[in-house]
Design a protein around this ligand. Structure first.
Ligand code: UD1
Ligand code: CA
Length: 467
């Protein structure tokens, strides 16, 4: 990618998104784990523009905050400028709101803020064709199976661009045109500014259509080109929840395809849910029903059984996650084994080769190298050394109703079954804890602590001993 110093990309994201029937501004609805606007920003950034403008209006503060807080995470390094559109009277008014920005550039690429499936490669090609032909404007036209709802690209008999007719204004003949306006354009900035001054309100809602500027630019004797593409998925505009689900499916398919191309084994690719930012190493198996989201990174040669949920976590190489394992904001080093039905809550770390098994819950704890918490335990706020064996049903009593307290289990501690640790408490290395104990005091190294009442046997009345 070569930086383009005369280009700015303008994203239109002020619209109300009425058809979403949601209080959340449309640009913030997520597709494959990141907001719609993030997909567009990432594509815009990949073009190497000198600046990116975002026109905000409906839900402006929420959109601005989310974008500002995530620019680094989304890899956006170009300067981002926000323009406020107060009247919400159409896509051309949105562009007008950003005049102070676009006046500074020779070329403006305008992108609708609701097309998360756009492809960087297509935007690059559009820009190159625009430059090579010295165009006044260029629009991405896409031939779709069902053009209803989109603006149609009307061509003259000789095939040249004539105008874009919006669905609401189209007659029956025009509605049959399958080539639609994708909402992605490249403009000569001066000609665009000129055209914006000549618009009149159109359609049932008396809006100022950006699409009308193309015919006006043509009348200025500049060439207006349609860059045609058959890859219609990239133009899918999200106006409703049904279209949101459609985009989600298409993008998940793309992510699955990319991962398989990179050497990941997806047993049933249609039945896993993997966010677009997730990274997975070669020969890792992912079984059906897994949900892998956020900024998760998984190593190579892992085996991930069905219905595992992993969010914002780092998983090392050769890890096995058995059925139903749930991991949030945690780190699992190489050669660990979890599940079935293990739960790592945020800030847990499993060191190399550790095991957390059936129905065990770990919270904000370190499980040391090779240590095992195999059955029915709750380990919270705990620092566990290497080679520790925790028996079935061990519970850390970490919360006194006000504060959380720490449990320390040093290297090679052996914990019998059904033990409670009343934190804060420390058990030093090689100590052993008898089954059924409630440990409230420090246990010295290599000692055996038993803290349970002695068994009393009361003989049944009238029954003689040794009967
Ligand atoms: C628009 C195009 C249509 C095209 C389709 C592609 C126009 C007039 N029509 O229709 O030709 O086929 O996209 O998806 O542009 N916006 C603002 N301020 C406004 C109105 C809209 O910023 O006052 C933004 C929206 O947030 C959205 C974009 O402009 O990102 C397009 O608006 P939308 O209402 O979705 O237009 P469509 O009816 O889909
Ligand atoms: Ca739209």
């Amino acid at each position: 990618m070569v930086a383009k110093k005369n280009l700015c990309v303008l994203i239109l994201a002020a619209g109300k998104g009425t058809r979403m029937k949601s209080p959340l501004p449309k640009p913030l609805h997520t597709v494959c784990g990141i907001p719609i606007i993030a997909h567009i920003l990432k594509a815009a950034q990949a073009l190497g523009p000198a600046a990116i403008g975002i026109v905000v209006g409906h839900g402006a503060d929420e959109v601005i905050n989310t974008v500002k807080n995530n620019l680094a995470a989304w890899g956006v390094s170009a300067p981002v400028v926000f323009a406020h559109q107060t009247d919400l009277s159409g896509s051309a008014s949105a562009v007008k709101a950003a005049l102070p920005l676009i006046e500074k550039f020779e070329t403006v690429m305008v992108l609708n803020g609701d097309t998360p499936l756009l492809r960087v490669q297509t935007l690059e090609q559009m820009f190159d064709v625009y430059e090579a032909n010295g165009c006044g404007a260029l629009v991405l036209g896409v031939t779709v199976p069902n053009p209803a709802g989109y603006g149609r690209i009307v061509r003259a008999v000789d095939g040249h661009f004539e105008n874009i007719t919006e669905d609401a204004d189209a007659d029956e003949e025009t509605k049959k045109i399958a080539e639609i306006n994708s909402g992605m354009y490249v403009f000569n900035s001066k000609l665009l500014q000129n055209a914006l001054t000549q618009l009149t309100p159109q359609g049932p809602k008396h809006e100022f259509y950006l699409t009308d500027t193309l015919a006006l630019i043509k009348q200025m004797n500049a060439s207006v080109l349609v860059f045609g593409s058959d890859d219609y998925e990239q133009a899918l505009g999200i106006n409703s929840k049904a279209q949101l689900a459609e985009a989600e499916q298409i993008l998940r398919d793309r992510v699955a395809k990319r991962l398989m191309d990179e050497g990941v084994t997806l047993v049933r690719p249609k039945e896993v849910f993997i966010d677009s930012e997730v990274k997975i190493g070669v020969d890792t198996w992912i079984c059906p029903g897994c949900y892998i989201s956020g900024k998760t990174v998984i190593g190579k040669n892992c085996y991930i059984e069905g219905n595992c949920y992993i969010k914002d976590s780092v998983i090392g190489d050769n890890v096995t996650l058995k059925m139903g394992t749930y991991i949030e904001e945690s780190e699992v080093e190489a050669n660990c084994q979890l599940g079935p039905y293990a739960h790592l809550r945020p800030k847990s770390v499993l060191k190399q080769g550790a095991k957390v098994g059936n129905f065990s819950e770990i919270k904000k704890s370190v499980i040391g190298e090779g240590s095992k918490v195999n059955h029915l335990s709750y380990i919270g706020d705990t620092i566990m050394g290497a080679g520790v064996n925790v028996g079935a049903g061990a519970i850390t009593c970490n919360y006194d109703g006000k504060n959380k307290h720490q449990t320390v289990l040093e290297d090679h501690v052996f914990v019998g079954s059904n033990v409670n640790f009343v934190a804060p408490v420390t058990v030093h290395e090689y100590a052993k804890i008898g089954a059924g104990s409630t440990i409230t005091k420090e246990v010295p190294a290599e000692a055996l602590a038993i803290a349970r009442t002695r068994q009393v046997v009361l003989e049944k009345k009238g029954v003689k001993k040794n009967d």
